[in-house]
Each structure stands twice: as structure tokens, then as C-alpha cells.
Design a protein around this ligand. Sequence first.
Ligand SMILES: Nc1nc2c(ncn2[C@@H]2O[C@H](COP(=O)(O)OP(=O)(O)OP(=O)(O)O)[C@@H](O)[C@H]2O)c(=O)[nH]1
Ligand SMILES: [Mg+2]
Length: 237
Amino acid sequence: MSQKITVFLPTYNERANLPVMVERLMALGLDLSILIVDDSSPDGTGDAAEQLAAAHAGRIRVIHRDGPRGRGLAGIVGLSEAAKTDCDFVVEMDADLSHEPEEIPRLLQAAEQADVVIGSRYIAGGKAENFGWLRTLNSATARWLSILILGLRFSDPTSGYRIYRREVLAQLPWEGMISPGPSIVEETLYYVKRLNARIVEVPIRYVERKHGSSKITIGIILRWIMTLLKIRWAAKT
Ligand SMILES: Nc1nc2c(ncn2[C@@H]2O[C@H](COP(=O)(O)OP(=O)(O)OP(=O)(O)O)[C@@H](O)[C@H]2O)c(=O)[nH]1
Ligand SMILES: [Mg+2]
């Protein structure tokens, strides 16, 4: 039986990447819709998204956010809205082509026996291509802090390439989620784990972005650590 899929893409300044991303997703030939959440990108990604939505009538929805931008703010809106769509599974992935759409069928296969599938760079068969020593150190530290603070004992708890069973996503406490930035990835995993959801990891190849630039700053990293502590604190009280 063919599965219905909603792909959630957060975008900020991904004008060069988004059309390629959408084309590659549509070429998979799956029963797939796309939800784009753009934070009023100055490079016009929002307009590009609207053009794509017009070209693929009924299959692409765009949400434009105003006010403060954030991967987490966009993630809360995107995932909670995706959980309301008519689908079996929600795919979450970056729009910068680091997560390859062609891996979705293999991840979906794993999702048949699970509630959440994490695309992992760090299990056998996985790869983080062209990671320099600094990027490797950052990623390893982020993983270690996620395990230490939130108990997320996975090979790649910070991976933003995932598949969620829609019913599981719909049960998460979106109103109470507090991550403004990238810690939404760990916060979501923290709450699905508390639901005793079946979580599996499947190897993926992570490709460094070729167009556009990273949105990660030192401020975002420091706030990321503070937010992990707050998530843990909020769960205790
Ligand atoms: N809507 C929205 N999307 C964002 C924001 N920040 C990042 N994103 C998107 O989230 C995804 C991941 O962000 P990246 O900047 O690629 O973060 P990263 O993958 O950890 O780092 P690099 O690959 O090195 O750039 C991409 O699709 C971004 O466009 C934001 O503030 N708002
Ligand atoms: Mg990226």
C-alpha cells in the first residue's frame, strides 16, 4: 500500500537550493506533499516557494513567518501543522540539499516498523562528507551534550533528517515547546522518547551545503546549550 507523506522544509535564505530540493522530491514518484516554512528570507526564498507552489498546484503549501526568525520557531509551526495534514508519515529535512531526498524510500521502509526514524551520520554505513576537524568536534560535542543533558542515547540525536509517524507527532506538546533555535531537533526527540515511541536509526550520507551559508552563529550555539538545560528543567518541574 502506498504511504502518504508530508515533507516539512524549514527555509531561511535557500533561494538557490529550494527549487532543486523540490524537483528532487517530486521526482521520487511518491504520494508526497511539501510544507515550506519560510522566515521572510531576505534573499526571496518565500517568493521562490510561492512560484513552486503555483507550479505544483495542491502539493505545496507555504507558511510565511514574520517577527523573530528561528529554526525552532519554524520547526514548531511546521511540525505541528504537518501533523494535521492528511498523511501517514511526516519527513523533516533541511532544504540546503545536505539531506538527500533519494534516501527517503529507504527511511520509509524502516518507518513501517517504527514510529520515528532518525537518519544517522554516525552508524555503520552513514557518512558526514567533507566535515573538517572543527565541524566534527562541534557535532561530537552537540551529540555528547544531548546525551548528557537530555538522555538522548542515539548515535545521531542532533540529526534533522527524520521520519515521524503522523499520529505520534500529533501527540507532542507543541504549545509548551520552548526551542527558538536548532534545539527543536533535540526537544522533539526528547518528547517522542517520553511517549515510549519506537525509535530507530538508519544510516544516511550528509553532504555539506554547496550554496548559501550556514545560519549557525556562536550566539545560536550558546542559546542551544541553555535551551537544552531549560528543556530538562521544565520536564522536572
Ligand atoms: N524558517 C527558518 N529556517 C531556518 C532558520 N535557520 C535555519 N533554517 C533552515 O534549517 C535548515 C538547517 O539550517 P542550516 O543553516 O543548514 O544549519 P546546519 O545544517 O546545521 O548548518 P550548515 O549546513 O553548515 O549550514 C535549512 O533548511 C535552513 O534554511 C530560520 O531561522 N528559519
Ligand atoms: Mg545545513
